[in-house]
Write a protein that binds this ligand. Structure first.
Ligand code: G6P
Length: 369
C-alpha cells in the first residue's frame, strides 16, 4: 500500500498533489483556444437539440453536488438556459418537473452512488436527455447515460474527494462552453479568453500546492477549534460549501458554509472572539459586498483567514491571515480556490490525529439508499 501512495503519507495528499496533472489530462485534446473550439466527441448534443430544451437539472450527491452548483453558474451564464441543481436523494422523491424538453446532468465520481443512479433512471423514464460526468469508465452511470463526459482524474482512493471535484469543475466549464458555442450565446472572443485561462489552471494549481507550507501552519494553528465558518458570495459561496464539507468529514471539526450576505440573518449570533472565519473573496464584482461582511465578523473579534486573488493587498488590512491564489478570471476561480481549502482540511485532520483516508462512518461509494 505504501508504494501505491508513491511516498505520500496519505492518499488524500497524493490526490491533492495530482490535481495539476488531472486537470491537464481532463482538458487535453478537448480545449482548443487557437481554433476557438471545444471538442467533446462524447457529447452528441447539437444546436437543434438545444433549441428544444427549456431547462437543465444537475443532480448529484456530496462533493459532486457542490461541483454542480458551480456548473449552474457556468451554464446559466454562458447559455442562458435555466439550471436547477439538486441532491439526488431529494430530487428522486419529489416528482421532479422533468420531461423531454429537459437535460439532466448527472455527476458522480464513482458512477455507482445509489441515489444518483436512481435519479438518472427516473429522469430517463420521464424522457429527459441524460449527460453524465463521471470518473469511472464502465460504471453504471456511464452505461446508462446517453452522453458521457469522463473526468480523467485517475483512481481516487481517499474517501474525501479532491481531484474528482476539480476535474468535475473543468468538465462542467467545457460542457457549458460547448453548449454556448452550439447555441451561439457566447461570443467567440469571450470563449477564447475562457479557454486560454483554463489552459493555465494546471500550472496555477501547481503554484498553490508549492506554497502549502503556509496553509499547513495555519491548519495546525487552528486545528484546536471546534467550530469553523466559511463565507463567500456567488462562486465563492459554492466553494465555501465544499471547503466546509472537506473539513468536517476528515477532521471532525464542525464547519458551516454561509453566503456572506446571509450571515446577519442568524449565523452571526455564533461569531464570537477567536472563531475562525475562512472568507473567500475572489469575485471582483462582489468584492466590496463581501468585504463589508468580513468587517462585520471582524467587529465580533473573529479570526479572519481570507482567500483572495494575488495582488489584493487591501484585504490584508481586514484579515488576520491571507492565502493568495494566482490570478485568473473570476468565472474560473473555484478550480483554484478549493485547493487551499483541501490542504487546510487535510492538515487540520493530520494535526488532530484523524484517520484521513478513512474517516469514521463514511464510505467512498455509497451504494445504499
Ligand atoms: C460519498 C463520498 C463523497 C462523494 C459522494 C458522491 O459520500 O464520500 O466523497 O462526493 O459519495 O459520490 P459519487 O461517486 O457519486 O461522486
Amino acid at each position: 500500500v505504501a508504494a501505491e501512495k508513491s511516498g505520500y503519507p496519505h492518499f488524500m495528499l497524493k490526490e491533492i498533489h495530482e490535481q495539476p496533472r488531472a486537470l491537464k489530462d481532463t482538458m487535453t485534446g478537448r480545449i482548443d483556444p487557437e481554433r476557438g473550439d471545444i471538442r467533446l466527441d462524447e457529447i452528441t448534443i447539437k444546436a437543434e437539440d438545444l433549441e428544444n430544451i427549456d431547462k437543465i437539472f444537475i443532480v448529484a450527491c456530496g462533493t459532486a453536488y457542490h461541483a454542480g452548483i458551480v456548473g449552474k453558474h457556468a451554464i446559466e451564464r454562458l447559455t442562458r438556459i435555466p439550471v436547477e441543481v439538486d441532491i439526488a436523494s431529494e430530487f428522486r422523491y419529489r416528482d421532479p418537473m422533468v420531461d423531454d424538453r429537459t437535460i439532466v446532468i448527472i455527476i458522480s465520481q464513482s458512477g455507482e452512488t445509489a441515489d444518483t443512479l436512481a435519479a438518472l433512471r427516473e429522469s430517463k423514464k420521464r424522457g429527459a436527455r441524460i449527460i453524465a460526468i463521471t470518473n469511472v469508465v464502465g460504471s453504471s452511470v456511464s452505461r446508462e447515460a446517453e452522453d458521457v463526459l469522463y473526468t480523467w482524474a485517475g483512481p481516487e482512493i481517499a474517501v474525501a474527494s479532491t481531484k474528482a471535484y476539480s476535474t468535475q469543475l473543468v468538465s462542467l466549464y467545457m460542457l457549458a462552453l460547448k453548449m454556448a458555442l452550439e447555441k451561439g450565446t457566447v461570443d467567440r472572443e469571450e470563449a477564447v479568453e475562457i479557454m486560454r485561462e483554463m489552459k493555465q489552471l494546471p500550472e496555477k494549481a501547481q503554484r498553490i500546492i508549492g506554497g502549502e507550507q503556509k496553509i499547513k501552519e495555519l491548519a495546525y494553528q487552528y486545528s484546536k477549534w471546534d467550530d469553523v465558518f466559511f463565507i463567500g458570495r456567488g462562486l465563492d459561496y459554492a466553494v465555501a460549501l465544499e471547503g466546509s464539507l472537506k473539513l468536517k468529514e476528515i477532521s471532525y471539526i464542525h464547519a458551516e458554509a454561509y453566503p456572506a450576505g446571509e450571515l446577519k440573518h442568524g449565523t452571526l449570533a455564533l461569531i464570537t472572539e477567536g472563531i475562525p472565519v475562512i472568507s473567500l473573496v475572489t469575485q471582483e464584482q462582489l468584492y466590496e459586498k463581501t468585504l463589508s461582511n468580513i468587517k462585520e465578523v471582524e467587529a465580533r473579534e473573529a479570526t479572519v483567514i481570507a482567500v483572495a486573488m494575488e495582488g489584493d493587498e487591501n484585504i490584508a488590512k481586514n484579515a488576520n491571515h491571507v492565502i493568495y491564489i494566482p490570478r485568473t478570471i473570476p468565472f474560473l476561480t473555484p478550480v483554484l480556490t478549493v485547493i487551499p481549502l483541501q490542504l487546510f482540511a487535510y492538515y487540520a485532520a493530520v494535526a488532530r490525529g484523524c484517520d484521513v483516508d478513512k474517516p469514521r462512518n463514511l464510505a467512498k461509494s455509497v451504494t445504499v439508499e
